[in-house]
Structures are given as C-alpha cells and as structure tokens.
Design a protein around this ligand. Structure first.
Ligand code: SAM
Length: 405
C-alpha cells in the first residue's frame, strides 16, 4: 500500500505549491502555527531563543515546514527543522520554497516516518504530522514511531480527516475504483473522475456535501480527495483512541468551540443534558451535531502533561490576538453585543461576555494580564472572573493565545 501512496505523491506532490509564491506570502495555519503550539503544548511559556528540534513528518510540499522554519528563524539561530517525506518530488518543492526564503535551519530526509528513528534520529521537542497518519496502512504504528522520537516535555500537532464532514467521499472513492482501477495512469483516472463529477445525480451525498472542496483546487487536490489508495477518516472517539493507544493524550482540540455541544444548542433542557456528559462525550456529540468537521486538528502530549500543557490565565502571561486588531474587536463587542464567526461555511454567533469591550481593547499583544487588570482598576480575582468568559470565547475560536515572553 505504501508503494502506491508513494507513487501518488511522486506523480502529484500535495498540496500543489509554486515556490515563487514565497516571495509574496507566508502560509500559516493549524497545526504548527508557532503561537498556537506554544499555547497548547508549552503552556505559552516556551522560550524560543533556546534551540528547538522540530520534525515535520510527511512534510509534503512544505506548508508546515516553511511556517515553522520561518517563525523559528526569527527567534533564534540554532533551531533545526527536519523534513521527512516518502516523496522526493514533494521534497523538491519544499526545498525550493525554503531556498526561496533563504532559510538555513531546515534539513531534508526522504523516506518513511515509520523509519524515523534510523533516518532522522534524535529526539524532537515538537513534531508536526498534518494530513499523513490517515494515509498509513497502520496509523497506530506511525504514531508509535513518532512518539518514540518525541523529547520528554514535548508535543505533537496532528491533523487527520474527520468522518462526518467527509460524508459522501468514501462511496465516491469506491465508485471510482470500480470505474478506473489503480493500475490506470493518473491522468486517465483524473479524466474519469472529472467526467463522473460532472454527472453525479443531485441526491449523491458527495454532491450535497458543501464542506469538501479539494477536488476544485486542481488535479493534485482531486486525486488526493477522490482517487487515493489509502485513506481513512476519524470520529472524535476514534481519534481519542488512536492517541491514547499510543500512550499519548490530547491537550486540545483546535477551534475548541466547535467541539462544545453548547455551541450548537439553545434549548435549556438539551443544554442541561449535553452539559451532563463527560468531556469526550461532549466533543463526540458536538461532532455528530455539527456534521461539518472534515478534519480534526489536535495537540498531543504525554499523559502526565495533559493538564499542564495548555496555557492558563496567569498574571505574567500576555494575551495575543491572532489577526484581529484589539480596537476592532472591542468595537464589535460594544456595538453589536455579539461576535459572528464562520468556520468552513458554519456560522456561529457568540454573545459578548460582560466587560468584553474594555478588556479586548487592552489586548495589544504587549500588556500582560496583570497589566490589563491594573489598567481596569481590578484586583486579580475580580479581573479573572471578568476575563475568563472572554478567554474561553476567543481561545475557542482560535483567535487568542497566551505567551510568556
Ligand atoms: C496529504 S499530504 C500532506 C502534506 C503536508 N503534511 C501538508 O499538510 O501539507 C501527505 C504527505 O504524506 C506523505 N506520506 C505518506 N505516507 C508517508 C510515510 N509513511 N512516511 C512519510 N511520509 C508519508 C506523502 O508523501 C505526502 O507528501
């Protein structure tokens, strides 16, 4: 199976990227956006001027390699970001992107992550594995191989496909296997897939699924979504089981508001019943209600670090808003009394917590929480009571991270 996966990514490196684009933009995102992984793996307190060893396992054409190497290059010179992938063609693109940016903190290795201990030995403070485990014949073996090279106190950022958000993908993959066997050339298979997409009946589940769109991004995306030889998706409990089975624990589900059933429920009795469930059951319920989770992004750590890995409000920590000007956020809260957020076509409306405008206006990425409390004339306990709901809302939509320095 790994041979056909390798052949696919040699023929069609994914995602399709043009190294020249590095001149005009940096792609950032989850997992592995540095302020995010700091918040969810290192409690917001990683000193990035200290050397860090990072592994990007199944690095593809380099999106997460590049964002990690670029951010780390800005904070110190002795970091190492190791890229490992089966596909030499994908590596070529990733290497060209790193060259285009003049990055000197990267190292490239071609091979399977199952062999990471021999191909790229040593221990890693952080491991990125985005969109890869679900393409392994034995994802548990893959995660075990990564865990074996994880440094004590480190963590991983994982992305795997979500089962319900990919509704219709697997029956269509099966249909395409019937019409165009894997022995046919990729170009032939792509032509067959395009012809079939054009003729899908209106009732087809894939056609009615608004959440998956990779097939519209070009041939590499179409092949990855619909013609893959090795691909499975996870529900919340299944991903939990995969992670736990490897002797690891999930410290955070990213965009955590989407994993909270109360985000979707208004009826007081339904809310009461949902709140009575255990945390994992709540997340499982949220996924079943949403129907839109086509991927899951989680951070994972050693079980004894699960409680301490995530940053908690503390006087010395600095709240940092990701891509949201504090003044604009404060104005939105003040004028509308709510915040409207859209994730992959799902629209959520959150009521503004009390004092949200005043607190948000002071979140300039420099003031610590104790300085914000002071500016508002509040003692720490009173401030914390006012800040907690805002913190929960903004971290839940992944717009706020805490950092120590
Ligand atoms: C869907 S792409 C994701 C690439 C990248 N992580 C990203 O998020 O853009 C999957 C990548 O995993 C690589 N891959 C699959 N199985 C692998 C394995 N056993 N060891 C290393 N890389 C693997 C493929 O070659 C491909 O580049």
């Amino acid at each position: 199976m790994t041979d056909s996966v390798k052949a696919q990514y040699e023929a069609l490196p994914y995602p399709a990227r043009d190294p020249a684009d590095e001149k005009r933009r940096l792609i950032t995102g989850s997992p592995s956006f540095l302020p995010e992984l700091n918040h969810y793996v290192f409690a917001g307190r990683r000193d990035f001027s200290r050397p860090m060893r990072v592994l990007v396992a199944g690095g593809g054409t380099g999106d997460n390699l590049i964002q990690l190497a670029q951010y780390l290059a800005a904070s110190g010179s002795r970091h190492e970001v190791v890229y490992l992938d089966l596909s030499a063609a994908a590596r070529e693109v990733a290497e060209a992107r790193a060259r285009m940016r003049g990055l000197t903190n990267t190292r490239f290795v071609t091979g399977s992550l199952l062999d990471v201990a021999s191909l790229a030995p040593g221990s890693y403070d952080y491991i990125d594995c985005c969109g890869v485990l679900h393409h392994l014949p034995d994802p548990a073996a893959g995660l075990a191989a990564l865990k074996a090279v994880l440094a004590p106190g480190g963590g991983m950022g994982l992305m795997v496909y979500g089962r319900y958000g990919r509704a219709g993908v697997y029956p269509l993959q099966d249909a395409l296997r019937q019409l165009t066997p894997a022995t046919e050339a990729p170009s032939e298979r792509i032509a067959v897939a395009k012809a079939l997409l054009a003729e899908l009946p209106d009732g087809n589940e894939f056609k009615r699924n608004p959440f998956v769109g990779d097939h519209t991004t070009g041939d590499a995306g179409l092949y990855d979504l619909l013609l893959h030889s090795q691909d499975r998706a996870y529900t919340v409990p299944e991903l939990h089981e995969l992670v736990n089975g490897a002797g690891l624990a999930i410290s955070a589900w990213i965009e955590s508001c989407r994993y909270d059933p109360l985000t979707y429920l208004k009826d007081p009795e339904l809310r009461r019943r949902a709140s009575a469930l255990a945390p994992l059951e709540q997340a499982a319920l949220a996924e079943r209600l949403s129907g839109a989770m086509k991927t899951h992004v989680v951070y994972v750590v050693a079980p004894d670090r699960q409680q301490v890995a995530v940053a908690q409000p503390a006087p010395d920590l600095v709240p940092w808003l990701n891509g949201v000007p504090p003044r604009a956020l404060a104005d939105t809260f003040a004028k509308r009394g709510e915040l409207v957020v859209t994730f992959h076509t799902e629209r959520f409306v959150f009521a503004a917590p009390p004092r949200a405008p005043e607190i948000a206006a002071l979140m300039d990425g420099r003031r610590s929480l104790s300085q914000i409390a002071q500016a508002l004339g509040l003692g720490w306990d009173d401030f914390l009571a006012a800040y907690a709901p805002l913190h929960r809302l903004l971290t839940g939509i992944n717009k706020l991270f805490l950092r120590g320095i």
